[in-house]
Design a protein around this ligand. Structure first.
Ligand code: B12
Length: 260
């Protein structure tokens, strides 16, 4: 019996992993181009974030706002989308930290711009203290949280990044806020939240401590009494609104905002 093998396969068409091809043949700009959103108002903003071009970010935002886009919604719909491209290419080893820093600065400039455009909210609903965990310099998420809280009408005391635990406690004592927020992007810094919690408990403060940031998750935040986890920056304002309407009971807040 004659055996025939199918050997008419072109070997150059197999064994090409997409990401290997991408690393070898694509420039970072090409790779980013594939990831930008196609919307003609959002595309230039995302691209300007990737390129770290602050003036182009502002110009793109201006165009989008004058075409009727809501300034605050552009944080999530354009600035975050651009930063998402940067984060993905950084994770894939296609771009490096200096690029990320330039993009982060351009994003912060963009956030400042849309905040100015949105104007001040007419009534102050309450005071919230925001901070980034001790030892942690990643403040982009915290800046979005603070911007959205302000846009929602809260008076925000922004302590910035790498904030010592004792400074957080002293500020809560001085400002008497309705809520504290914490952001941690590193698995080494997130433990500061537990220290903040324990010191607040020791001093008799029972304010909700909303926590988020890439390093933390619901399981971790549930380990300390005052912790309420939020995945998205917009959750901070939702948690504050819920406290205003229903009180500051942490159990109730977890029932409402944690996944069950
Ligand atoms: C940008 C960036 C930087 C920038 C930070 C610029 C800045 N001003 O923030 C720079 C270049 C300075 C930097 C430095 C470092 N970085 Co860095 N960095 C990143 C990167 C690429 C993106 C982080 C980011 O901004 N994400 C976007 C923001 C918007 O996300 P976010 O903060 O999580 O916020 C969102 C939500 O979590 C939520 N949220 C945030 N806070 C809160 C709070 C509340 C209450 C709620 C409800 C929601 C909420 O809202 C936001 C959106 O909706 C990540 C990689 C990654 N994939 O995440 C690494 C990363 C975080 N960095 C990392 C490291 C290791 C470092 C360095 C130590 C590097 C080095 N060797 O020097 C230093 C840190 C120095 C220090 N002591 O902090 C690691 C951390 C690893 C770990 N698990 O511990 C990461 C994960 C990279 C990696 N894969 O290794 N970094």
């Amino acid at each position: 019996m004659e055996v025939k093998y199918l050997i008419e396969i072109d070997p150059s068409m197999i064994l090409v992993r997409y990401n290997v091809k991408m690393e070898k043949q694509m420039t970072p700009e090409d790779a980013a181009e594939e990831l930008y959103p196609k919307d003609e108002l959002i595309y230039p903003i995302a691209k300007a974030i990737f390129e770290g071009e602050e003036d182009d970010v502002v110009e793109g935002l201006e165009k989008a706002i004058s075409s009727g886009k809501d300034p605050i919604s552009l944080i999530d719909d354009a600035l975050m989308v651009g930063m998402g491209v940067v984060t993905r290419l950084y994770d894939e080893g296609i771009i490096f930290l200096p690029n990320v820093m330039m993009s982060a600065d351009a994003m912060l400039e963009g956030i400042d711009h849309v905040k100015q455009k949105a104007g001040k909210a007419p009534t102050v609903k309450g005071k919230v203290v925001c901070h980034v965990a001790e030892g942690d310099v990643h403040d982009i998420g915290k800046n979005i949280v603070a911007a959205l809280l302000r846009a929602a009408g809260y008076d925000v005391v922004d302590l910035g990044r790498d904030v010592p635990v004792d400074e957080v406690i002293a500020t809560v004592e001085k400002e008497n806020p309705m809520m504290l927020t914490g952001t941690a992007l590193m698995t080494t810094t997130m433990y500061a939240f537990k220290e903040v919690n324990d010191k607040l408990m020791e001093k008799g403060y029972r304010i909700p401590f909303a926590c988020g940031g890439g390093a933390v998750n619901q399981d971790f935040v549930s380990q300390y009494e005052l912790g309420v986890y939020g995945e998205e920056a917009a959750d901070a304002a939702k948690i504050a609104d819920f406290i205003k309407a229903n009180g500051d009971n942490v159990v109730k807040l977890r029932e409402k905002f944690h996944r069950h």
